[in-house]
Design a binder for this molecule. Structure first.
Ligand SMILES: Cc1cc2nc3c(=O)[nH]c(=O)nc-3n(C[C@H](O)[C@H](O)[C@H](O)COP(=O)(O)OP(=O)(O)OC[C@H]3O[C@@H](n4cnc5c(N)ncnc54)[C@H](O)[C@@H]3O)c2cc1C
Length: 378
């Protein structure tokens, strides 16, 4: 079976690799060159390594099968390690309190700050895992071990279906054709909505299908995404050796909600940290960026206060994620949408309830499952 997977974020990469390993002939398209999407990493100046999107993978659901699946997925084995226990709460002017001191676990930190960071800490007993050595390495290892390359620089503008199968279109060129099935795993919900609307007008559509699908297309088109900034900052180890923790929720700070050391990526000389901006600060700055607002100055000043640093970093850069967080996911009980008559599946973090990395991975697993069911006629 030939399958096109569009979008090589965590959902698309997991899906593509599972299909490839089950014998499908898979093309994995992404507008970027490497897999990972919002859970990717960056190596700056060949020296400084950061997870600039997702920092950790939460296990929020009580699903014993999930860990098993993750441990057997190529790329996850040995690549997803528990985050350091040196986690807690830090005030805007420093003063770290470990999670153990605040209460029994991270839930207590959240109940104090009122911040639920990507649904990670809602449930007692939830664990946070991080990529080893980087988040990005999970997806690239998974692709390597599944012998699946990303067809990078492929910005997909539409899909079409004829008797010869599915075709994948870029804005000026045909990117691929003759696919038996498509998995649409992009965070661009406008594109997803457009494809679904077009399918309702196609000859393949039955009347029963059209109304619910139009509703779904409308709902997906109405999904809202808000921006986030993540600041990557590196110091000489000797300049930061007094900092006693690895990651913390920041309480009462205008610009930063979370700081985390990139646990497994630090060299003998440098310590690399990522700070995630608050939603409000990101939104306001994003809207006023064209007027010259620059998030980095404020974020760095607040970061230095939190960590009580007097020295300047050796590297600092801010990444702008324009569509970082989904505030109104579809919150379905399913993790993916699938339309068997068309052999089209839709995957991504916004379909389930939590809109986080876990949700995206589960979505990719489920989408692969659906495609394989079509292939085997079950
Ligand atoms: C700064 C930041 C911090 C975060 N921290 C956490 C965290 O600590 N824990 C957590 O659980 N979650 C976190 N998240 C959320 C998490 O990253 C996402 O929920 C998850 O990565 C989504 O995966 P996805 O595959 O659904 O989407 P994405 O990762 O967005 O993947 C979609 C892919 O589709 C590609 N694409 C889009 N449009 C097109 C197109 N037209 N043509 C071709 N390719 C296209 C994109 O390039 C991308 O690779 C964070 C997000 C951000 C931005």
């Amino acid at each position: 079976m030939r399958v096109a997977v569009v979008g090589a974020g965590s959902a698309g990469t997991v899906c593509g690799c599972l299909l490839k390993r089950s014998g499908c002939n898979v093309d994995l398209f992404d507008r970027a060159q490497r897999p990972g999407g919002r859970a990717s990493s960056r190596l700056a100046e060949g020296l400084f390594s950061f997870d600039h999107g997702a920092q950790f993978m939460p296990f929020t659901i009580d699903d014993p099968g999930l860990q098993l699946i993750l441990n057997t997925l190529p790329g996850f084995e040995g690549k997803l390690l528990p985050m350091s226990k040196e986690f807690g709460l830090v005030g805007p002017k420093g003063g770290f309190v470990s999670a153990q001191q605040v209460g029994s676990n991270v839930d207590d930190v959240i109940s104090i700050t009122g911040r639920d960071f990507f649904g990670a800490m809602k449930l007692k007993g939830g664990y946070m895992y991080t990529g080893h050595p980087t988040m990005g390495s999970i997806w690239s290892t998974m692709c390597e071990q599944s012998d699946l390359g990303v067809k990078g620089n492929s910005l997909v503008s539409n899909l079409s279906k004829t008797e010869a199968g599915w075709a994948v279109h870029g804005s000026n060129s045909l990117l691929g054709e003759g696919y038996d099935a498509v998995v649409l795993a992009v965070h661009d919900t406008v594109l997803v909505s457009q494809v679904l609307s077009e399918m309702t007008h196609s000859q393949d559509s039955t009347k029963d299908f059209v109304t619910p699908l139009n509703d779904l297309a409308l709902k997906i088109g109405g999904i809202q995404r808000s921006p986030l900034y993540s600041m990557m900052v590196a110091y000489h180890n000797k300049d930061i050796e007094d900092v006693s923790f690895n990651s913390a929720v920041v309480d009462g700070c205008e610009s930063i909600q979370w700081i985390s050391k990139n646990q497994f990526q630090n060299s003998e000389d440098f310590s690399c940290w990522t700070a995630i901006a608050t939603a409000d600060f990101s939104k306001t700055t994003f809207e006023n960026e064209s007027l010259g607002d620059n998030p980095q100055t404020k974020m760095l000043a607040d970061f230095e206060k939190c960590l009580k640093l007097k020295v300047k970093p050796v590297y600092c850069k801010t990444q702008r994620w324009s569509q970082a967080v989904t505030s109104n996911p579809l919150a379905l009980n399913e993790h993916c949408l699938s339309f068997e008559p068309w052999r089209l599946a839709v995957a991504g973090d916004y379909i389930g309830k939590n809109a986080n990395l876990e949700s995206a991975v589960l979505s990719g697993i489920q989408a692969a499952d659906r495609v394989l069911q079509w292939e085997h006629g079950v």
